[in-house]
Design a protein around this ligand. Structure first.
Ligand SMILES: NC(=O)c1ccc[n+]([C@@H]2O[C@H](COP(=O)([O-])OP(=O)(O)OC[C@H]3O[C@@H](n4cnc5c(N)ncnc54)[C@H](OP(=O)(O)O)[C@@H]3O)[C@@H](O)[C@H]2O)c1
Length: 351
């Protein structure tokens, strides 16, 4: 591993900053498709050549597929092959009870078509409801597709410690788990990190800038009133509330700003650099609507925090209440504050 790259699986290397795709799915403003493809290529040129998308992010696999084709035609297949693309498989909640090998195959074939490739680099599996027990079967069918060569690497997203242990015990060779990890949310740092370490599973982390809240823009700002601009901000405002509230959040921003000033970078860059240092973390996935922030985020890989920086940030974190439970336990409760804002059946009618 250098500061900028991480070998996630044997012979499979990614950039330590990954461009998140959710912000290109339409919920953060209209997408100009040709500009979005140009932005994806600008991100590649800035050193962020790994991308995150999902079967349920409307139009995003297609945009990344178009960027790959354009790189291949303008710069050659070798250059296009340097692009690494991580997708997800998120079966609809209403399909979990009747999930089948054919359903899984259908979604993988759809991702292959949209991403204009013969093999998916990494498929990250999500499961909405543990009361439906067939997630291990579904991972087994995904593993068959890996053995057939349609998928290179397997990962999970948002599984808690006992269920991840169950999947690993079934012999599924996972390279990664995608999850939320930030200066506000250290739920992955305890039991899940220990299990992941034992099994060689690395973390790919979203939410490192909390939907943009962890940035200079919010330093000194009053607590925002609802409605917030997009669903990501609604979701991360709940995380801030659980962390300890707006006043403590402002102390955290001040600490990140002071650290940033020592390194000549902004709050968002330090917030993501902090996540990159945590145990088991291979990469941060940072979303951006366009190239402005997407390119700026390459700087995350150049920051090396020192003991003084870490202490300053830890001192504020220690004053927080800390988020409750294992990874995604709060979000998984569909009647709770965190879970009730999610959409559960986004694959329906998409094929
Ligand atoms: N597995 C899952 O369940 C799951 C859940 C959530 C997200 N994800 C993945 O992770 C990615 C990122 O997570 P997220 O969607 O929660 O959002 P996030 O990365 O925490 O926040 C993205 C927002 O932060 C702003 N931002 C990015 N870099 C910035 C910078 N350097 N300075 C200031 N603001 C900055 C962007 O604003 P602009 O748009 O203005 O640039 C963007 O709208 C997603 O795109 C998606 O691929 C996965």
């Amino acid at each position: 591993m250098t500061a900028n790259t991480f070998e996630l699986g044997p012979g499979y290397t990614i950039s330590r900053v990954i461009r998140g795709g959710w912000q290109l799915a339409g919920g953060h403003g209209a997408i100009d498709r040709s500009q979005a493809v140009a932005d994806l290529i600008a991100t590649f040129d800035a050193g962020i050549w790994t991308y995150d998308c999902a079967d349920i992010y409307t139009g995003v696999e297609e945009l990344i597929g178009a960027a790959r084709l354009r790189l291949a035609s303008e710069r050659g297949l070798d250059v296009a092959a340097r692009m690494k693309v991580h997708t997800k498989l998120v079966p609809d909640l209403e399909r979990l009870a009747s999930i089948s090998r054919d359903y899984i195959r259908g979604i993988i074939d759809q991702s292959l078509r949209r991403l204009k490739t013969e093999r998916l680099d990494l498929v990250q599996f999500h499961w909405w409801d543990y009361e439906q027990p067939r997630y291990v079967d579904a991972m087994g069918w995904l593993n068959e597709l890996r053995l057939e060569g349609k998928v290179r690497n397997l990962g999970t997203t948002n599984f808690d410690t006992p269920r991840l242990a169950e999947i690993l015990a079934a012999g599924i060779p996972l390279v990664s788990q995608q999850l939320q990890y930030s200066v506000l949310d250290q739920r992955p740092g305890s039991s899940l990190a220990a299990l992941a370490k034992q099994n060689g599973v690395s973390f790919l982390c979203y939410g490192s800038v909390a939907g943009g809240f962890l940035s200079n823009k919010w330093l000194g700002a009053a607590e925002p009133a609802t409605p917030l601009e997009n669903r990501s901000l609604v979701k991360y405002k709940l995380i801030i509330d659980d962390f300890g509230g707006w006043e403590l959040f402002q102390h955290l921003l001040q600490a990140l700003k002071a650290v940033g000033d020592r390194h000549g970078v902004d709050v968002a860059t330090i917030a993501s650099a902090w996540v990159l240092e945590q145990p088991q973390v291979a990469a941060v996935i940072v979303g951006a609507r366009n190239q402005a922030h997407a390119i700026a985020n390459a700087k995350i890989m150049d920051v090396a925090l020192d003991a003084e920086d870490r202490e300053r940030i830890a001192a504020v974190i220690a004053q927080g209440t800390g988020l409750e439970g294992d990874v995604y336990t709060l979000e998984r409760d569909r009647r709770g504050r965190h879970g009730s804002i999610m959409h559960y059946n986004l694959n329906a009618g998409k094929k």
